[in-house]
Design a protein around this ligand. Sequence first.
Ligand code: PMP
Length: 406
Amino acid sequence: MNIWDPKRIRAEFPIFQHHPDLIYLDNAATTQKPRSVLDAERDFYERNYANVHRGIYPLAARATQLYEASRQKVAEFINAPKIEDIVFTRGSTEGINLIAQSFLGPTLQAGDDILVSGLEHHSNLLPWQAICQSRGAHLHIIPFFEDGTLDLQYLDKNLGSKTKLLALSHISNSLGTVNPVAEILTMAKAKGVPVVLDAAQSIATHSIDVQAWDLDFLVFSAHKMYGPSGIGVLYGKSEHLKKMPPYQLGGEMIRDVTYEKSLYAAPPKRFEAGTPNAAGAIGLAAAIDFLQKLDRKAIFEQQKILLNYATQALMDIPGLEIYGQAPEKSGIISFALEGIHPHDSATLLGEKEICIRAGQHCTQPVMDFYDIPGTLRVSFAMYNHEAEIDELIQGIAFAKQKLGAI
Ligand code: PMP
């Protein structure tokens, strides 16, 4: 498939056949689904569906085999050393909560430090904040500069023997900053600090090798990489996972149960209580196949072309301010129009089938930093093209006129 031909790419996504004029620029929230992902889920339900890891009849064995083959595919996708290092979750949020409760929970004490980047989505802030508060530990927020880049000097100074964890995103969902992960990991590793990388915004455009980066934990969500909603991945180093207690208790995560006491299964089963989202896992595997047929570097380069084109065009609009101008950015632009609430312009754009996000993007402290109620955010995916940006610019001019801010 030719990545540079948006028409051909769009043809893979049925939503654009149902809505030919749709201009979907909210890809940081979630991406649309290619036919192959939809077909994989449907095929599983139509031909191979049974509960996994339970029945011994052939249909159940096939369902289990497909679910575990998806786990294998994920392991290869991020170069995990072992298939057992891959835990299926509901998404990035659940993965982070699991780490907070099962990795930090048993050991975090009063006086310990946790470091979190100031750019984080609430999902990668609240679980750390809550556990620090409950234990009397200190949550240190790595500040960022006006352009949306992190203060690495602060990070270096504050990584110490009391630091029990560093959590950060690869790419900021509200500003688009691509954090210098390799450099940050070198700093953390030099002090022996475990790192959680939130790849929710990067997994669709960056190939991540958990061994090359020596990551302790990695989380991502399938729905932001053209896969289904309700399924995500937690990778954990096996030396960590095997020491961690379960996060939830229930069916299929056990080794032995009596009324008095229970022994739990080894990872990853220990962390997958209850009936898992097997169709989601199979859809995720199809999304991986879809991405691997393309070249993620080329997808990212194309998004950078769109980023530059849109940034230039937006900057020419009087009264428009862009928030976050880091030298390394992904295809995400946050901006505001002077004198217009973001919701009002997004509503008018929506009437023209131009879908962009308005609000705080689950990063309220980032909005507070700029002293604004929120922004408008456009975010690109592989099916976007320059003509859509031209329509966005015209739509913004229309909104400004309609809302009386010419
Ligand atoms: N982290 C980042 C950087 C995100 O962009 C998001 C989703 N917007 C999340 C975490 C949470 O992902 P999910 O809602 O799929 O759990």
